[in-house]
Write a protein that binds this ligand. Sequence first.
Ligand SMILES: [Zn+2]
Length: 286
Amino acid sequence: MSDTIQRFLFEHAPVRGEIVHLEKTWREVLDRHAYPPPVRALLGDMMAAAALLIATLKFGGTLIMQIQGTGPVKLLVVECTSDHHMRATAKWSEVPPTGDLAALVGDGKFAITLDAGKGAPGYQGVVALEGANVAAALEQYMQRSEQIETRLWLTTGEDCAAGLLLQKLPAADSADDDTWRRATLLAASLTPQELVAHGAPELLHRLYSAEDIRLFKPRPVEFHCTCSRARVVSMLQMLGRAETESIIAERGEVEVCCEFCNQPYRFDRAESAALFTPAAIQSTRH
Ligand SMILES: [Zn+2]
């Protein structure tokens, strides 16, 4: 099964959904850092959730989903563009082998940022982290900040992160409530193994064979990191000449690793001196 996200809707009720499967994208994230198992599980769930959520938005840009906490897991960040290019990273210390979201993250915040890029006005919503898992936290978020009834089922295995989202669209009347209830009850009967093992057509057939469902074309999802040497250059220029020179004096070179993809960017003595010539600073600013 390739990495895809696929939309569906109920033909006769204002209920829609998305199904996502991530294998290669997920593997690319895991290959870049040695995440402890509970951190992997949280990141996988968040990647599936971010891909599902941006698919429901009329928005061009990057969705940044972030969980910040006071527990052993300090930070989880997942970014997904409207073209479904994704990257993810986490910060942690001494993570216990198991534990639910609250135990791992402690007092936390759940934030979603929509970055339209090119200096365009963005959007950020932040709520207190609630719920035993990422799906519950995001459902809470959607209820509070968007007032859109949304249900999610997420699961992360060794080789795959997968998710199913259902959303009740506005203008639903009471007859539609029955469809919504039935749709969510049936989705809740899915096991994590089924969610990981089957593609969208098979899952929808298992769940909703009695309903009239329209399934849209699958769209590809892939890992992509936006880091570059030029970005590291402007970061070092912001850090300043004195700070950069002190790193050179201490280590003989400056090495900056991308926190998402772990790509190292190295600057030797001559290269780092060249960052601070007036011409170099001028060319980065313009
Ligand atoms: Zn990178």
